[in-house]
Design a protein around this ligand. Structure first.
Ligand code: GDP
Ligand code: MG
Length: 205
């Protein structure tokens, strides 16, 4: 069976419950926004194929985690295989911003053999009047985490595609640069055979 993508990356979404992880993914993968998504239990999966360059198909496979402490044990078992982590906080709830560092540590304490990419997102940018995290404060945290920072709205769709496209390009660049690229690609039950072109190693079909 022929592969329908050239690269596949697992992307983990982390942030307090209610920051809008599920809504962001729904907007990105289904172009929809619903008021009540209901809490995510454990981990949900969804994916979308991007074409950051003509002829290069990248499948982003998302793991939408539950923010609740009681599900952390489930979530943790997935950290190991992620290529990238999107850290989210709600621009209208400063407490969720304060948690970002904890989420970051959660992941980095369970370090992988290869560097992880991070992206910091401030969500619900449509709720302008209720903003409680200044852009400068968020940008300064992003700089300290060496992560790009963007403000998104799943409700209006603002910056959602831009954020994920940026992530996709960064992942592709990192994968090409990384000496241990083969490690980065070696999940998904595929074994890299001598005759398998490197860029197809990730193929799980
Ligand atoms: P999760 O727990 O992080 O997955 O958060 P959800 O995606 O379930 O969203 C929690 C609540 O915030 C829901 O009521 C959403 O409708 C709302 N929400 C999520 N994203 C946005 C957004 O961009 N703008 C606004 N105004 N509300 C949002
Ligand atoms: Mg959720």
């Amino acid at each position: 069976m022929a592969c329908s993508w050239d690269f596949q990356f697992r992307v983990l979404l982390l942030g307090d419950s209610g920051v809008g992880k599920t809504s962001l993914l729904r907007r990105y993968t289904e172009e929809q926004f619903t008021e009540a998504t209901g809490p995510t239990v454990g981990v949900d999966f969804c994916s979308r194929i991007e074409e950051p360059e003509a002829g290069v198909k990248v499948r982003l496979q998302f793991w939408d985690t539950a923010g609740q402490e009681r599900y952390r044990a489930v979530t943790r078992s997935y950290y190991r295989n992620a290529a990238c982590v999107i850290l989210l906080f709600d621009l209208t709830a400063h407490k969720t911003f304060e948690s970002v560092q904890n989420w970051y540590q959660e992941v980095t304490e369970r370090a992988q053999p290869y560097p992880l990419l991070f992206l910091l997102l401030g969500t619900k940018s449509d709720m302008r009047g209720q903003r409680s995290v200044p852009r400068e404060e968020a940008q300064s945290l992003a700089d300290s985490l060496r992560a790009p920072y963007l403000e998104t709205s799943a409700r209006t769709g603002s910056n959602v595609s831009a954020a994920l496209s940026l992530l996709c390009r960064e992942l592709l660049r990192a994968a090409r640069q990384e000496k241990q690229a083969a490690d980065l690609y070696s999940y998904g039950g595929c074994t890299a055979g001598e005759d398998v072109p490197q860029k197809k190693i990730l193929c799980t079909c």
